[in-house]
Design a protein around this ligand. Structure first.
Ligand SMILES: *Cc1c(COP(=O)(O)O)cnc(C)c1O
Length: 328
């Protein structure tokens, strides 16, 4: 039975179900961020997750929820890269056929990683909206199950398992900082946190270039944004027009939204490398960017930051390092 409304037990059961496929990631103290913010900051290392991002959690939970017949027919999705890779991996593990539609804007390193996992890759459209149209068409033609990257309760419950781990590892935390795009990650984390520890503040961070969720919340309806190139490519793309779950969940459970610039994202990626010897992609580093730029209004003393992914190309990483060294 598909879930109709999110409940806390769904998040706990997701955590159990995905355990054979996804890692329980570490929550690592950051001395460097303590020095810059004065708060005790811990990093949730989803950059060390299987497939290089948290998206394996939702994808695995969704596949486990399907009937045998649905698994037999196969699944399809549209992705800015990390969700497609995660679904391809989980599908391979469970012996399910996966079709992944991506727009032409998706970085080459992410496209190659999807192909290497044996999924059928379809490059369709100039942007995420066009790729979604193609995916919807194929889904109907081939009788596949759509695994939406964020607006799906099984996906949201899977991503929410991160909150359960944070709460287990970090007593009395004040604030959790979460990258925000379609809002599957933030919905799951914010919902679970508020059910267990309602005083914890949840801060969402998007990039200034095309923050679809933040604009839509302001307008009170789905806003079409123009997709621009950004270092936070994992956060690019709009909300689905028929959004059912993530817009209301983010609206109800997020306390504060912060936007970060391209320079601030580059600085954060560099910081993760320099201070922690960790490779974090732009979209994964926006929480650190929000801290370094001191944009979070009400930080508190004990802060968890989700580093949501690692999948940056070597070329982009080299560019960020070179620009930083030229500026110095
Ligand atoms: C998908 C993704 C996000 C955003 O997740 P949403 O559920 O779409 O808000 C953040 N960081 C990384 C690395 C991602 O791949």
């Amino acid at each position: 039975m598909p879930i109709e409304k999110l409940a806390l037990p769904d998040v706990y059961s997701a955590k159990q179900k995905i355990a054979p496929i996804a890692r329980r990631t570490p929550l690592a103290a950051s001395q460097a961020l303590r020095a810059t913010t004065g708060a005790e900051v811990r990093l949730k290392l989803e950059n060390q997750q299987v497939t290089g991002s948290f998206k394996i959690r939702g994808a695995a939970n969704k596949l486990f929820s399907l009937t045998k017949a649905e698994r037999g027919r196969g699944v399809i999705t549209v992705s800015s890269g990390n969700h497609g890779r995660a679904l391809a991996y989980a599908a391979q593990e469970l012996g399910v056929r996966a079709t992944i539609c991506v727009a032409k804007t998706v970085p080459e390193n992410k496209v190659q990683a999807i192909q290497a996992l044996g999924a059928e890759l379809i490059v369709a459209g100039e942007n995420a909206d066009e790729a979604m149209e193609q995916a919807d068409k194929l889904q109907a033609e081939r009788g596949l199950t759509m695994v939406h990257p964020f607006d799906d309760l099984e996906i949201i419950a899977g991503q929410g398992s991160i909150a359960v781990e944070i709460i287990e590892d970090f007593a009395d935390l004040d604030t959790v900082i979460v990258p925000l795009s379609g809002g599957g990650l933030l919905s799951g984390i914010a919902f679970a946190i508020k059910m267990v520890a309602p005083k914890v503040r949840v801060v969402g961070v998007s990039m200034e270039r095309g923050p679809a969720m933040v604009e839509s919340l302001k307008a009170g309806k789905i806003i079409d944004i123009v997709e621009e190139p950004t270092l936070a490519d994992a956060l690019a793309g709009g909300l689905n027009k028929d959004n059912r779950f993530t817009l209301p969940l983010v609206r109800d459970y997020m306390d504060e939204a912060v936007l970060v610039s391209e320079d601030e994202i580059a600085e954060a990626v560099y910081f993760c490398l320099e201070a922690h010897q960790m490779v974090v992609e732009g979209g994964g580093a926006v929480g650190v960017a929000a801290l370094l730029s001191k944009k979070v209004e009400d930080l508190g003393e004990r802060v968890a930051v989700v580093l949501s992914g690692a999948n940056i190309s070597v070329q982009t990483l080299r560019k960020i390092m070179a620009e930083r060294e030229n500026a110095a």
